[in-house]
Design a binder for this molecule. Structure first.
Ligand code: SAM
Length: 188
């Protein structure tokens, strides 16, 4: 048995929270790895809402979804995740959401997620979350602006009321080069 990377562990957690027919959010689509994983997990009776501010990333993901036969259950939205409430119905029973923070490898490194908008988006997801549902945040913070976002995020997550949410962190603490940190927020 090997301890899983933060990225792999995010899918292990999602696998337990997401069932066919569920509604979920990929808040940072990028190359679409999580979108494809989620679209497969919810199946044709479920719904994935995917957000990204980079149209080129969404187009590439749309191509991958078409090739894998997963378009029917997926809605890709070219907008910031801080506007989730403008696109996702307010009576949605959200089973899970995932955020991969930072910049998209291989693309414009100046397009990064930011603490204020990330926290606004997490807060909107938490208000739609079902009991037992999960919001997973994988934070990469080695780039300019990353530490600032991480500090804001940790402050926000530590302040979430314990009676309503439990918050987990997962990180290899003896690795070089700022290993990613996974946060998992579960609604009680
Ligand atoms: C680390 S990448 C995501 C990687 C992705 N999960 C994948 O599988 O390839 C972060 C993404 O967040 C996007 N992003 C930055 N600010 C955003 C915002 N306010 N709303 C939605 N997406 C945003 C970037 O364009 C980038 O594609």
């Amino acid at each position: 048995m090997n301890l899983e990377s933060a990225l792999r562990f995010s899918h292990t957690l999602l696998a337990q929270a997401v069932q066919p027919g569920d509604t979920v959010i990929d808040a940072t689509v990028g190359n679409g790895n999580d979108t494809i994983y989620l679209a497969s997990a919810v199946g044709k009776t479920g719904r994935v809402f995917g957000f990204d501010v980079q149209e080129s990333a969404l187009k590439e993901t749309q191509t991958q979804l078409t090739l894998t036969g997963l378009t029917a259950q997926t809605t890709l939205i070219h907008d910031g995740h801080e506007h989730i409430e403008h696109h996702v119905p307010e009576d949605t029973q959200l089973a899970a959401a995932i955020f991969n923070l930072g910049y998209l490898p291989g693309s414009d490194k100046s397009v990064i997620t930011h603490g204020k908008t990330t926290i606004a988006a997490i807060s909107q997801c938490l208000s739609l979350l079902v009991r037992g549902g999960l919001v997973i945040v994988v934070s990469y913070y080695g780039h300019p602006g990353g530490q600032d976002e991480l500090a804001q995020l940790q402050r926000y997550l530590k302040g979430l009321p314990q009676k309503q949410f439990q918050v987990l962190t997962y990180q290899f603490i003896n690795q070089q080069n700022e290993p990613p940190i996974l946060f998992a927020i579960q609604k009680r």
